[in-house]
Design a protein around this ligand. Sequence first.
Ligand code: GFB
Length: 320
Amino acid sequence: MWTYDLSGKRVYVAGHRGMVGSALVRRLESEDCKVLTASRDELDLKDQAAVRAWYAREKPDVVFLAAAKVGGILANDTYPADFLYDNLMIEANIIEASHRFDVEKLMFLGSSCIYPKFAPQPITEDSLLTGPLEPTNEWYAIAKIAGIKLAQAYRRQHGRDYISAMPTNLYGPGDNFDLKGSHVLPALIRKAHEAKLRGERNLEIWGTGTPMREFLHVDDLADACVFLMKVYSEDEHVNIGYGEDVTIREVAGMVMEAVGLDGEVRCDTTKPDGTPRKLMDASKLRALGWSPKIDLHEGIAGAYRFFLELGEEARGVAVA
Ligand code: GFB
């Protein structure tokens, strides 16, 4: 099999403070490459001139584009302009600068919400743009679809080896536990922990509890990204999934078990459900030779340990 060698390469991880970027930095420690990062104070990725100046100085050979404005269902619905504008600017600046400064290989990271709301399950890569999007996150989805198209356009027009990977819902160390901005798993960990501290037994969840979601540990994701960077060089994006999904009610039960709550799951149906189901078809990635290692029970226990190790103050703010 053809492989791209990361040895001796200058590898820029854009978004290294986020959950995905920090997992990539951890994973790249076992590769013989030089990891480059830039903090938000040092480099505003929405500023084209600043991005170009940084590239001119740092000269990366390889780029993992994991920088993005991200959030759960409520944050997406509340800040549509930020989710669309910030993500378009970040990806356009990075991909264009990568071409301008001769980056050999780039991976753009998107999300499973790029697919139509009612895409046939499990969702194959070719479902992209076959139907309307889920309204609660269409702004983010449109930006991510534009990122895939940008990587493909630079491939076609300029012969660049730029690829895209679409992870399913992620969780793990570095997650955001702020209830207004977070995804479901960190939110439930925090809510269950706080309910336990208050001496309560029940856990309140948003929506009906019936939507199904697939969850992948971020360390598995980082491993899959490094794998794809080495072996994949084609136009079409690649799904990165776990292969199984669970209902939100089931995942709430797993969180209660990990945290030690023995009451019931209560549904707040004034909150949205979002997409009914979005299980990725990851057979393309499996066929290339990669599969996940961290199961959901083990992963949730680890995510709860991570949460406990954060200070009280850090638990309230976005770390992603
Ligand atoms: O993870 P989540 O916020 O985002 O919500 P999406 C998943 C499901 O969990 C929804 C339910 O059905 C929520 O209603 N849920 C239950 C909760 N309790 C809670 C809670 O306390 N907090 C949260 N946040 N959800 C995101 C997109 O969609 O998926 C992003 O908004 C991104 O753009 C991401 O694509 C991967 O899975 O619905």
